[in-house]
Design a protein around this ligand. Structure first.
Ligand SMILES: [Ca+2]
Ligand SMILES: [Ca+2]
Ligand SMILES: [Ca+2]
Length: 617
């Protein structure tokens, strides 16, 4: 391409060339150039264009001899700001060139031209101008001036959009968005391939960008679009809200934009996951058999009724229906088969521990899509921890039912079906002696038609009799009635309740110890007939003496092994455990004797698997 834009600086006349030929104009030649050197430069001006501060550009200026004698270049001078520098002349570093420098005419052999290289390196964002002056013996122009122009500028990176939000994308699928990088500055924007990177704290990395094949150089107003991909392959859940956390990251673009490098383009995407509901349990109440509420529902005894409260939260915001709650007793003392009662309110089920020991209750919930949450009974919260939890951290709760009574006797047996009965016989008491409630009368006691009765024990037969003498005059205790059967000296005070001396299913709460004082009465708290196989009898403040534990095979056709455990107050470990096989109806196992003196002195004596045939109907 050399020569296409040659400027021929012909010496056609002083007037025409006055500007270029500032000095040394030889006007006597009459336009003839025979035997004279002549100069031409290409290009006639050096325009470096816009360049980023700190960058440089080198342009070449060719000086040619178009005459027919050697052209001696005497000097080349640069005037202008220091952003322009002369690099070299004919391949020799400019400072080392010897002047003059000759250029042979065409046709002699060596090329009739030499090249000057000029560097432009702007240090500010303004326009710069300078000039080069070439002095020589050229007949057409002793002095040639070449203007220099260039401007300092910067590239300005612009990205669109400013951030990429992929919204919700299903796990193990992907979505892509475009990111356009443009140059709004005058200088070229340069971005190396390695200058485009993705940062994210997530692992595995969910974001990717399709890199350009080569380094990017974008002139003014040029742009390039990159494809950014979001492909979630994992997710994390916020421990407080239980919702899926969005993936976050950024594309970091390092460029030669002095003010915006590195540039970060935020990335965000939400893994599309339907999480199951989280569930949590609290123990909100417990009450004794008689309905008395416990001050601390976390300290129940067997046969207390515990009320739980369940709650469930679906991270996706669905309402969890009561029918989607699933309660389970995941841990029980050996021998217990107790289940929760979830009617009428599945959010507030109840459990009545039937045996001493630890119960583990768990709750799971499903969302409308059928996604059910999981739990680990081994990670069950204590009752106190569950009640203090506020972040659905306790889908399982464990609590121990410990005896509250001085003596607690538990009976369990194999096989659902046979009906065994636990008996506790008072000192000098009689097996299978029922309690008669002679005061039973549906009328109001203040009604004049209400008939008072006394429980009169006459010759082994207990009957209810109408009082026929004055209990006050006779000095009877409160709750006693007076009866005179007509025999001299027979007038006596009688209790209204004939309490049996055996605590069992037909005398579940007889009046032992101090008559009329319920605090020393035994209680057969649970009597199983068919649907269960655990019974217990509890006794507080026993009168000193020998109490006998017995098990009676009431009804059934199999031969279950029965287990009797004896607990004393304050210990969750049984003081004694006995087992024996029950053979048939009326088989009666005389289990053991409890010799009770006081809270410190008591002992259990095993009766060596003694059985007898005694019916109790
Ligand atoms: Ca859900
Ligand atoms: Ca029974
Ligand atoms: Ca009593």
């Amino acid at each position: 391409m050399r020569g296409t834009r040659w400027v021929w600086l012909l010496a056609l006349g002083c007037a025409a060339t006055a500007v270029l030929f500032a000095t040394g104009c030889d006007c006597g030649g009459g336009g003839l150039t025979k035997g004279k050197p002549q100069i031409a430069v290409d290009p006639q001006a050096l325009s470096f264009g816009a360049l980023s501060r700190g960058n440089e550009r080198i342009l070449s200026l060719t000086v040619e001899n178009i005459g027919d004698a050697t052209l001696n270049v005497e000097s080349i001078a640069l005037s202008g700001p220091a952003v322009f520098t002369l690099v070299d002349w004919d391949g020799v570093a400019f400072g080392e060139v010897s002047w003059p420098s000759g250029i042979v005419p065409p046709g002699v052999g060596p090329p009739p031209a030499k090249v000057l290289r000029v560097r432009f390196s702007p240090d500010d964002e303004i326009d710069f101008a300078g000039e080069i002056t070439i002095r020589s013996n050229a007949q057409n122009a002793r002095e040639v001036t070449v203007p220099l122009t260039g401007s300092g500028s910067v590239p300005i990176i612009e990205v669109s959009p400013a951030q990429l939000d992929f919204g919700t994308v299903s796990l193990d699928s992907s979505a892509s968005l475009s990111l356009t990088i443009a140059n709004r500055g005058a200088a070229d924007l340069a971005i190396a391939r390695s200058g485009i990177a993705i940062t994210t704290a997530s692992d595995p990395k969910p974001f990717a960008v399709t890199l350009p094949a080569t380094d990017l150089v974008l002139p003014r107003d040029a742009s390039r679009t990159l494809e950014v991909i979001y492909a979630p392959r994992g997710y994390e859940v916020d421990p407080d809200t239980h919702q899926v956390l969005p993936h976050q990251g950024a594309i970091v673009i390092t460029s030669n934009d002095p003010d915006h490098s590195p540039l970060e383009v935020p990335l965000r995407g939400l893994p599309g996951v339907n999480l199951p509901p989280v569930a949590s349990i609290k123990v909100i109440a417990a009450k004794k058999l008689d309905g008395t509420p416990l001050a601390d529902p976390c300290a129940p005894a067997p046969t207390d009724t515990i009320t739980f409260e369940g709650s469930a939260l679906d991270p996706e915001g669905s309402t969890v229906q009561a029918s989607h709650l699933r309660w389970a007793v995941e841990g029980r003392p050996a021998g217990s088969f107790r289940e929760l009662i979830t009617t009428p309110d599945a959010f507030h089920p109840t459990l009545q521990p039937d045996l001493t020991g630890e119960f583990v209750v768990c709750l799971s919930a499903a969302d409308p899509q059928g996604n059910r949450g999981a739990y680990d009974p081994a990670q069950a919260c204590t009752c106190a921890a569950a009640n203090a939890d506020s972040s659905y951290g306790c889908p399982c709760v464990k609590l121990a039912a410990l005896p509250r009574e001085d003596i607690r006797i538990e009976l369990t047996w194999e096989f659902l079906g046979p009906d065994l009965d636990l008996h506790l016989v008072a000192p000098d008491g009689e097996f299978c002696s029922p309690t008669r409630e002679c005061r039973y009368d549906p009328l109001d006691p203040n009604n004049p038609n209400w008939t008072r009765t006394a429980c009169v024990d006459g010759g082994g037969i207990t009957t209810c009799r109408t009082p026929n003498c004055d209990p006050v005059a006779l000095g009877c205790l409160s709750g006693q009635e007076c009866y005179d059967d007509g025999v001299a000296g027979s007038t006596k005070c009688h209790w209204q309740t004939c309490s049996g001396s055996d605590c069992y299913w037909d005398a579940r709460n007889p009046d032992w110890g101090v008559p009329g004082d319920r605090r020393d009465d035994p209680l057969s708290a649970i009597d199983c007939t068919r649907g269960c196989r655990a019974e217990n009898i509890n006794l507080n403040n026993p009168v000193p003496g020998l109490y006998m534990i017995m098990v009676n095979y009431y009804e059934g056709s199999t031969q279950p092994e029965a287990t009797v455990k004896v607990y004393f107050k304050g210990s969750s470990d049984p003081a004694a455990v006995f087992t024996s096989r029950m053979l048939s109806t009326c088989d009666t196992w005389n289990v053991a004797l409890i010799d009770w003196q006081d809270h410190e002195t008591h002992r259990v004596t095993y009766l060596q698997d003694a059985h007898s045939q005694r019916c109790c109907n």
